[in-house]
Design a protein around this ligand. Structure first.
Ligand code: LR7
Ligand code: MN
Length: 484
């Protein structure tokens, strides 16, 4: 019992169960027949270095990652596996690790001399790599049969193609390998600069005759991908000012597209990853690392659209350091604009500037100090929207009122079907998600019920009431309102 708890505490997954499973266990072969047809892949594929960075990874999990690469990659395509130790302090990752791979010529261990964070650890790995292609994996992955050839094939055909496998889920509790039964998603992001998944859009589906063909993806999740080494260097690798975790996946995604490459998900290639509910390791104290990384990214790559991210963080950019050499890099590469990227690569993205209002939605009763408030994360969908003292920091109080009458943040829309006012995935067909703003009386009238959005008299929650122009609790000031 105690060991089970310790395993969870240290790793944020069930290490105890992992330790009982072979580090050579087999995993399902998910490939369709299309993937296995003769001559599907070029004969002369480039060799790859597989780079795996880790900070305090569990022994059995790290070894299973490495063995899954060794066991399921054709030897002639695997230049080496580079394990980059990002200054771990767990004892098993020291001499014991060196000893374990003593007789395995393909595995090399590189050690950071201080805690670098995953981005600079990856750059350290790249400097030691001899393969023509770099393949990055997290330190808790399992590669499935035939995972490598379909990735390398795309790069062999075009060196500016960056490719990601389909990422399957390794259950954090049971360690079961869940193959998604061949459902392919592509990457997107929201204006909080968080990565998210989407179904393959129709415009992309129409280009293909088989579901197994590689599909264009606006962004990558970040951890699992292959890239031609020279192309990675031409793109200026990663911003080495990025610390610990985050932002680098969007940086590489944006500049791949904006600077002449393409980014694809390759359905014939499947790799499992342990998704965790929390981060088990220490970040830096006293700095908001993720915000700092994201501001650096926005400053360099997002042009005027950076402002939409900034309003989500209350326009508090903090000290993000010097980005002048990253801006020079973009100049030198003559990359396209962020507007081009949004118009052509991610047209599904909702642009806050196209909204009628964006920012806080402030109620006029109770001293005009109360705002509509919800984290609006995936788990908050279907839950009532709250109220909270206005804080002017964006975040949970940032809303948009769209030309089509939605009140939304990212993919969540304010929805009323007779019970509570909740958030629901935006469906775009008005009905329960249609709100009409009356700028003179500052009322928000709901389409299907004709009631008005209010804060209840007890000031505990949102409520829906018969519309009246003499009740302050029904009145809302929408920030940046512009009906023109
Ligand atoms: O300081 C650190 N040093 C490290 O070497 C912190 C982390 N790491 C290592 C760590 O051991 C692991 O191997 O870096 C890797 C990623 O860290 P995780 O596994 O804690 O994070 P994650 O799986 O949530 O990370 C996702 O987002 C990150 C943003 O910076 C990276 O891009 C990760 O590679 C990425 N993981 C994936 O894309 C796998 C699929 C997840 C999804 C969606
Ligand atoms: Mn991970």
């Amino acid at each position: 019992m105690k060991m089970i708890k310790e395993g969870w505490d240290k790793n944020a997954f069930n290490q105890y169960v992992s330790d009982m499973i072979s580090v050579h266990r087999s995993v399902p072969d998910i490939r369709g027949e299309w993937c296995k047809e003769p001559n599907r892949y070029l004969k002369n594929l480039p060799r790859t270095s597989v780079i795996i960075c880790f900070h305090n990874e569990a022994w059995s999990v790290l070894l299973r990652t490495v063995h899954s690469v060794l066991d399921r990659s054709p030897s002639h395509l695997l230049e080496e596996i580079i394990l980059v130790d990002d200054f771990s302090d767990m004892a098993h990752l020291k001499q014991q690790l060196e000893n374990y791979f003593e007789n395995e010529p393909k595995v090399r261990i590189v050690r950071a001399l201080k805690r670098e964070g995953l981005i600079r650890a990856r750059l350290l790995g790249a400097r030691h790599a001899n393969g023509a292609v770099l393949t990055y994996l997290d330190s808790h992955c399992e590669c499935t049969p035939g995972w490598l050839e379909p990735l390398l094939d795309r790069i062999a055909r075009n060196k500016t193609t960056v490719v990601c496998p389909v990422i399957d889920v390794i259950d954090d509790t049971t360690f079961e390998y869940h193959s998604k039964n061949h459902v392919v998603n592509v990457g997107g992001f929201d204006w909080n600069l968080q990565f998210n998944w989407h179904a393959v859009p129709d415009r992309e589906k129409q280009k293909h005759t088989s579901d197994w063909e590689p599909v264009f993806s606006p962004t990558m999740a970040g951890g699992l991908f292959s890239i031609d080494k020279e192309f990675f260097e031409r793109l200026g690798t990663y911003d080495s000012g990025f610390d610990i975790w985050g932002g680098e996946n969007l940086e590489l995604s944006f500049k791949t597209w904006m600077c002449g490459g393409t980014l694809e998900i390759v359905p014939c290639s499947h790799v499992g990853h342990i998704f965790r509910k929390r981060s088990p390791y220490k970040w830096r104290s006293g700095v908001n690392v993720l915000r700092r990384n994201s501001v650096r990214l926005a400053e360099v790559w997002m042009d005027d659209y950076a402002k939409y991210y900034y309003s989500r963080i209350g326009n508090d950019l903090g000290d993000f350091g010097d980005v002048s050499n990253r801006k020079e890099l973009r100049e030198k590469l003559k990359c396209k604009s962020f507007k081009w990227y949004l118009d052509n690569i991610y047209p599904e993205m909702f642009i806050p500037g196209d909204a009628v209002a964006h920012g806080e939605f402030r109620n006029m009763a109770f001293g005009k100090k109360t705002c509509m408030d919800s984290p609006a994360r995936k788990n908050d969908l279907h839950k009532p929207v709250g109220i909270f003292p206005c804080h002017r920091q964006g975040g949970n109080q940032y809303w948009m009122y769209t030309k089509t009458g939605e009140i939304r943040r990212d993919e969540a829309c304010l929805d009323y079907s007779g019970q509570e006012v909740i958030l629901y995935p935006c469906h775009g067909s008005k009905g329960n998600q249609f709100w009409e703003y009356d700028p003179d009386n500052v009322l928000l009238r709901h389409g299907s019920s004709q009631k008005c959005l209010a804060i209840n008299a007890a000031k505990t929650k949102l409520s829906m009431e018969s519309c009246r122009t003499d009740i302050e609790r029904q009145k809302w000031k929408l920030e940046n309102y512009d009906a023109s």
